[in-house]
Design a protein around this ligand. Structure first.
Ligand code: NDP
Ligand code: HSE
Length: 444
């Protein structure tokens, strides 16, 4: 097909719900690369209408010829529109609009991880019934084509585990705090100005956004239904510069990781701050960049790296999905790549393990009296719980109660054993305050 043929064939008409950071970026990328995109898709792609909340807001010039509306139903009901991009965010309105568009026979592209993690099972079932596609590459790790890589590129493998830095805002905050000593709130504000953060930024800092993404990754990696409620979630708001510094002295970086691991007894899904050895590539992924490390039986370890948030990187993934959907418009629905990588009737539940059943190493920090016998008491309590110690460091700086920080690294231990040991340690008269614990993964 020549470029001339492309220009005369009927364009694919697209309607966008939401023209914010991602919607605006998508319009810009579609215009700037229109010729290349049409050459790849086989047809040109034209945005004809978009819905917004504030019709008077100034928009990029690229949208001058796009009809704006406050009523998203006009877009999902428009018989001329072939593909709907859902870029509003949130779950309730987005779900209603997406289901209505599917019912009207439209294909969907969305960047909305919350929507997919919470309502994906229902949405994909509806899409399958109607023979339409719901594409969601931009929902995980921004511009990194991680969905395609796992769903298609690793289709010959059994995946053992995956671990990812999958929230750009959180990684940006941790990096700026570590490298520039900046204040948490100040960096968060900058992430919001740069368009990285969610509408509710607690989703970023409390790990909820990463848990949405991990839900999706686990589903396509292990062929299980989407089960957001089973993900154990901790955020980064309690990470202190002290722990970042001590971890660094011991040869580790603290990163906020989403981990899904298949073990004999079931599947672990957890999101939490994690010490990673400095020498691992993923420990050096900084700023808004994301990375996902996947361990699979045939290929071994593969690492996927790139920008995790922002207008154009996310638009790159949205447009790639659009191109895929345009190419698939004329294919038999039964022969398309399944939404969740596995054929819908082959998706199976695996026992989801609670965090108490997870086995990891730990970094612990506690304030202890600088006196004889303290270490013996603590190590005895560890021995009682079958916990083996890898390193102990006592720092010199005394607090106003005359206590010094004691930092301990352990070998792998069952979480429930660690909780039991910590409870007893906190009851020792020689230990003041709470024991800080951060999980440690070697990712070897
Ligand atoms: P924004 O807040 O920047 O944009 C939201 C858009 O939706 C705005 O244009 C807003 O209109 C419009 N909107 C909101 N409510 C309504 C409504 N009721 N009716 C019509 N329009 C409405 O969000 P983002 O672009 O950052 O995020 C969009 C989606 O992409 C989310 O699901 C997010 O999680 C996801 N995502 C975001 C990334 C990023 O880097 N920002 C990266 C990957 C995914 P108006 O402009 O008038 O206010
Ligand atoms: N708020 C998200 C992040 C956007 O910072 O990673 C990309 O999904």
């Amino acid at each position: 097909m020549s470029v001339d043929t492309l220009t005369i064939s009927k364009p694919v008409l697209v309607g966008i719900l939401g023209l914010g950071t991602v919607g605006g970026g998508t319009a810009e990328v579609l215009q700037k690369n229109s010729v290349e995109i049409a050459r790849r898709a086989g047809r040109s792609i034209e945005i004809v209408a978009a819905s917004v909340r504030d019709i008077n807001k100034k928009r990029p010039a690229v949208l001058d010829n796009v009809k704006l509306t406050l009523d998203s139903n006009e877009i999902v009901d428009d018989p001329n529109i072939d593909i709907v991009l859902e870029l509003i965010g949130g779950t309730e309105l987005a779900k209603d609009l997406v289901l209505r568009a599917i019912e009207n026979g439209k294909h969907i592209v969305t960047a909305n991880k919350a929507l997919i993690a919470l309502h994906g099972n229902e949405i994909f079932a509806a899409a399958q019934r109607k023979g339409v596609t719901v594409a969601f590459e931009a929902a995980v790790a921004g511009g990194i084509p991680i969905i395609k890589a796992i769903r298609e590129g690793l289709a010959g493998n059994q995946i053992e585990w995956l671990a990812g830095i999958i929230n750009g805002t959180g990684n940006f905050i941790l990096t700026e705090m570590r490298d520039k000593g900046r204040d948490f709130e100040d960096v968060l504000k900058e992430a919001q100005q740069l368009g990285y953060a969610e509408a509710d930024p607690t989703f970023d800092v409390e790990g909820i956004d990463a848990a949405h993404k991990l839900t999706i990754l686990a589903s396509i990696a292990f062929g299980v239904p989407l089960q957001f409620e089973k993900v154990y979630t901790e955020g980064i708001s309690n990470i202190t510069s002290e722990d970042v510094e001590y971890a660094s002295e011991l040869g580790y970086r603290i990163k906020h990781l989403g981990i899904a691991r298949r073990v004999d007894s079931g599947l672990e899904m957890r999101v939490h701050p994690t010490l990673i050895p400095h020498r691992r590539l993923i420990a050096n992924v900084d700023g808004v960049m994301n990375a996902v490390l996947v361990r699979a039986d045939a290929v071994g370890s593969t690492l996927y790296y790139g920008p995790g948030a922002g207008a154009q990187p996310t638009a790159s993934a949205v447009v790639a999905d659009l191109v895929d959907v345009v190419r698939a418009l004329t294919t038999d629905p039964g022969n398309r790549v399944p939404h969740l990588a596995f054929q819908p009737d082959a998706i199976q539940d695996i026992e989801m393990l609670s965090i108490n059943e997870a086995e990891t190493a730990f970094y612990l920090r506690m304030q202890v009296r600088d006196q004889a016998g303290v270490l013996a008491d603590i190590t005895r309590l560890f021995a009682d719980q079958n916990i083996s110690i890898e390193a102990i460091v006592q720092k010199e700086q005394k607090d106003d109660q005359g206590c010094v920080p004691l930092v301990i690294l352990t070998h792998n231990v069952l979480e429930s054993n660690m909780i039991a040991a910590i409870e007893k340690i906190e009851n020792l008269s020689s230990v003041t305050g709470k024991v800080i614990r951060i999980r440690l993964e070697t990712l070897g």
